[in-house]
Design a protein around this ligand. Sequence first.
Ligand code: CA
Length: 235
Amino acid sequence: MAERILIVEDELVLRETLTYNLVKEGYAVSAAADGRRALELVREDAPDLVLLDIMLPGLDGFEVCRVIRKEHTVPIIMLTARDDVVDKVVGLEIGADDYLTKPFSMRELLARVKAQLRRVRLLRDQYARTEVSQPGNLLVFGGLTLDLDRHEVVLNGEIVTLKPKEYELLVYLAQRRGRVLSRDQILADVWGWDYVGGSRTVDVHIRWLREKIEDNPADPSRLITVRGAGYRFEG
Ligand code: CA
């Protein structure tokens, strides 16, 4: 069955160009010209991916993204006309998965779309495999427990609140315990980004995770930096 993509874009020409190109690639496409309609379509169509313009009439893209994130893990790629919002977009504050700065080429857009859809499939397979090999779906590392069924992380008996990307990153690293993973590898697998220059995002999320799951974030014992190589989970 065709994967479903929701386009949220108020500029008619761009909306139609995106629709045309994505349909040609074999995706099932729905489109909205404003934020409210976008939220309706997310609920009705359960898309596999959302392309979301930031500057929209009424409810803007940031607000739409926040609302979607409260209920859905669907990958969201933001479309922006400005470079200076990038930090805000990829920060967990908004919860988008990737962004494209206008004007962008269709080739670039399609590459990003494919990367996000592949990332989600990888994640799904990973959970499916874990289900078979780990009774109860618990990963236990001393005082730290990851409950993959309930998407819950417990540290020393207390539930830790993680943003979706922090959770994904932690599960990803924990399932590869002891292995050194480069920033580029992590970026490709967890974010679905296969372009360079985004590795700062990994560092920022590791820092946030350390604040939440390390007994002493300044001297981590779980999320280890391997100088010149990347990160390793110890547990
Ligand atoms: Ca716009």
